[in-house]
Design a protein around this ligand. Sequence first.
Ligand code: ADE
Length: 234
Amino acid sequence: MIGIIGAMSTEVDGLRAMLSDRKDRKICGIKFSRGKLSGADVVIAQSGVGKVMASMCAAAMCFRFRPSLLINTGVAGAVDPTLRIGDIVVSEGAAQHDFDTSAIDGTPKGWNQALGTVVVKADEAAASVLIKTALKEGLSAKPGIVVSGDQFISDNEKKAELADVFGASVCEMEGAAIAAVAAFNRVPFVILRAVSDGADADALMDFPAFCELAAGNSIKVLSSAVPELSEHYK
Ligand code: ADE
């Protein structure tokens, strides 16, 4: 079964609406919907925004449903200046940009002590299926580093820092938390995001204007890729 997590209703409602044989249950206050998406067995949950909610949701999903692949889907702010609104980015890996113990132990920013890395690597096979599907759907799509933190980025200096320190392609608020939970549970993971804003001074206007369009692109790619993904991750 494939596990799918999105933070906001715009990111998951469209997918939930496509489920057949749907069965809902609540765990930790989060609704998990099992069913068939484009014929494939999936479980879909809306985690809520931020790394705490995303971690709790991913852990509950791993314990209860034992997914063979965990996908985090939704929208993101572009850090890579070549990205445009609606473009798809699929994770090569994910890092927590706001995790920093460098002052006390000299480790690099984002260093996850338990995993011994900054960037948690995503599943390459799943990422390439998602990129191929996005291109087939007529969208622009690239692999990249996804950075996550408990803040909405709307600042040119912060955006430049995320590019410099992490080589980030996009920023959002959940993916790296889900990646870490997946790694501890030995579940392959991938993040699929569509650009809703440029994480810059205009982001506060662009995000509400383009969130639905961008979320729709992620939903389109995911619903179309799920049959091929479910061949590999039963
Ligand atoms: N999700 C979409 N846009 C974002 C941004 N600019 N910062 C953090 N999360 C986002």
